[in-house]
Design a protein around this ligand. Sequence first.
Ligand code: SF4
Length: 439
Amino acid sequence: MPKVVTDVTCPFCGTLCDDLEITVSDDNKKILSVKNACAIGAEKFNHTKEPGRVTHPRMRQPDGTFKEISYDEAIDFTARMLVKSRKTLMYGWASTSCQAMSIGHEIAEKVGGIVDNCATVCHGSSLIAIQDVGIPSCTLGEIKNRADRVIFWGCNPAHAHPRHMSRYSIFPRGFFTVKGHKGRKIYCVDCRHTDTARVADTFIQVQQGYDYELLNAFRTAARGGPLPDEIGGVPKEKVYEVVEELKTGRFGVIFFGMGLTHTLGRNHNIDIAISFTRDMNEFTKFNIIAMRGHWNVTGSGQVLSWQYGFPYAVDLSRLDKARYQTGETTSVDLLTRNEVEACFYIATDPGAHFPIAAMISSSKKPTVTIDPHINCTTEISDVHIPVAMVGVETGGCAYRMDNVPIETRKVVDPPEGLLTDEEVLTRILNRVNQLMEEA
Ligand code: SF4
């Protein structure tokens, strides 16, 4: 008899929807249907039944083909690579649990690795800005129940976080937001008319690269100061009008994405967005939240921060202390400057996101990738270690984009013999300890 698992958390994007219902076969081996998830979330669960899924570690051969090896062989290869290398890049972590991360960090401390996560190519600039000026923020639950002024700046949740708008930011009826969308004013600021802009009440088209100037104008308008006729293609009348509407709201929020973090100004754009948020608190309650992408990239920042004080690009190669310097200890810079001797990728696919020069450099070094699936990175690795999918075939803690930790759950058994990230990393740590004692 198939059974239905309720209140399942989706392990795909930073929204971490926790209301999914998954029907599994009576032997707990197969997912039969996925309810409440968006298309991309459902796909993640459906990937468990992917034909030809890799269930054994694979080692690249001199002719470029892969040969199946045992977990013991893969773990021994990885441990030897880590012990031999004076500086190993340990990148990824966004699609695994906080528990697995902490084991990985222990390995990094032992072998002198550099631990970096996906923030290095997405919201790293947000984290720098938060370190500089702090952040007035709140939870997504508060947005649902209170927010009547919502700005999406340089982000497109209609595609990247499909249920964000229906669960939290636009459509839901909350305790003080009983009218749903009718009781909210939605703004979208972007350089192009996105699908999110289509559902917004007001679309503000800013010229590419002028976000800083426009946010500066918002700050000036909030204080009633003078503005030039037009700012980044936006007439000053529009700026005054929007800022007045924001001031009359009861509870406002800015959600921002990579259209702000990765355009001209980068962390300064976030600085000024946070400063504008702070200014608005003189008139009403206002908050700002980063639209984090990979489901547990926020968790990686949290675990690194409470262990070492820095949220990404943490260099432990000196063994006695943690260092962090954007541009110096960040993955792309390390790879393009050829400053690491080996690469260890866990739960992410830099081959799909990093600049080609960085991946060419990576492909010339001993490389091990831990990931449930074959991806661009596994194909340039010396060893690929397949694992159970966290949040589907094993549980673990993950942080939502608003920094709320949520315990994800196992809904189905992994293919027979497949280990979890935690098990593989623990075995690597034990083997590293053994090798170091022998040396
Ligand atoms: S919005 Fe994100 S967390 Fe929610 S179901 Fe879709 S992919 Fe999963």
